[in-house]
Design a protein around this ligand. Structure first.
Ligand code: NAD
Length: 333
């Protein structure tokens, strides 16, 4: 590690978004300290592969730590003395929060409390943390903007993300730490999560297996390419902290229906999907469409990647790595 460079701790560095953020920051000349415990919600072998890419950089250091264990987390903060924290580690996924709600409370609520508390004790001026579009819950208003009601979550996952926002507000109020919440909208891209739609659809279509289409496809999403999410986070890191407590929607420009999304995938894969039309999943939201004007005005955030191009990039990546990716264990449900 180079002492003159700025240092960032990225929690969840072996995860999908944490990996891409770490890679980008390393390429931009940061020292990056990754924290992750490589949970087995989805096959940790893909997390190992992501880490192997990051470990090629001398400016990357990794700690396998459970953020829900305060003393272990504080130890890393004390050794590394970072300038910035980007907290992305979490138990993700809506459906699994019905069968194992405890892991969400442990990683997302206790884990996030620990990150804020360590930042306070070590006098780190700012914490960026992942929230989610799911905090908007049953809000009928669309597109969703940061000032809309967020007191009607419909899954334990979403409730833990809302709790993170409340904690962020408290830590700002108590100690003046700048806290910036990032409400991500359906992020997709290479090295993506095997439990998410794009990964599952491409895998099954290629294998000639049916895909489950919830709410018979009557859903809409602001699909957001990972490169746009990373550009938004980097834009925040370029601003100096000045004690704000704020939240940004980071979401794609196009609101796309699930059936149109599947059609784009079929075109890129060159094969028709066998669709299993299913009822709505419990805890899922029919529409999550982003109003990103606040991030646009304050960060210059503009989602740039067209969905068709992003899907094409994903399909080529999947095909290049097909031998490995098709051996991954099914994610927990
Ligand atoms: N991907 C999306 O579409 C999306 C949308 C909204 C919000 N988010 C949020 O963004 C963040 C990153 O999501 P992602 O898609 O990269 O998920 P991910 O599951 O790929 O990454 C999360 C990482 O956190 C790690 N982790 C979980 N619990 C931990 C613990 N107790 N201690 C240490 N590490 C732990 C996991 O091992 C994993 O590698 C999460 O907070 C997620 O809730 C993601």
């Amino acid at each position: 590690m180079n002492k003159k460079k700025k240092k960032v701790i990225v929690t969840g560095a072996a995860g999908f978004i944490g990996f891409h953020l770490s890679l980008e920051l390393l390429n931009q000349g940061w020292n990056v300290v990754g924290i992750d415990m490589l949970t087995d919600y989805y096959d940790p072998r893909i997390k190992q592969k992501r880490l192997a890419i990051l470990k090629k950089y001398p400016a990357f250091r990794f700690y396998k730590v459970n953020i829900a264990r305060y003393s272990a987390l504080e130890k890393v903060f004390k050794i590394e003395k970072p300038d910035e924290i980007v907290h992305l580690a979490a138990q993700a996924g809506v459906r699994y929060s019905l069968s194992n709600p405890w892991t969400y409370i442990e990683s997302n609520e206790l884990g996030t409390l620990n990150v804020f508390e360590a930042a306070h004790r070590l006098k780190i001026p700012r914490v960026l943390y992942a929230s989610s579009s799911s905090v908007y819950g049953t809000n009928e208003k669309s597109p969703m903007s940061e000032g809309d009601r967020t007191d009607r979550q419909i899954s334990v996952y979403a409730a833990t993300k809302k709790a993170n926002e409340a904690l962020a507000h408290s830590y700002n109020n108590l100690y003046g730490i700048e806290t910036i919440g990032l409400r991500f909208f359906t992020v997709y891209g290479t090295w993506g999560r095997p439990d998410l739609a794009l990964f599952k659809f491409v895998k099954n279509i290629l294998a000639g297996k049916p895909i489950d289409v919830y709410n018979r496809g009557k859903m809409k999403r602001s699909f957001t390419h990972i490169s746009d999410i990373i550009a938004g986070i980097v834009a925040i890191l370029k601003q100096s902290p000045h004690g704000r407590v704020t939240i940004y929607n980071l979401g794609g420009a196009e609101a796309v229906s699930l059936l149109d999304f599947i059609e784009l995938i079929e075109q890129e894969v060159g094969k028709k999907a066998k669709k299993n039309l299913m009822p709505m999943q419990q805890g899922d939201v029919r529409e999550t469409i982003a109003d990103y004007s606040k991030a646009h005005n304050e960060l210059g955030f503009v989602p740039k990647m067209p969905l068709r191009k992003g899907i094409a990039e994903f399909v080529s990546w999947f095909l290049e790595n097909k031998n490995f990716l098709s051996t991954l264990k099914e994610p927990k449900q």
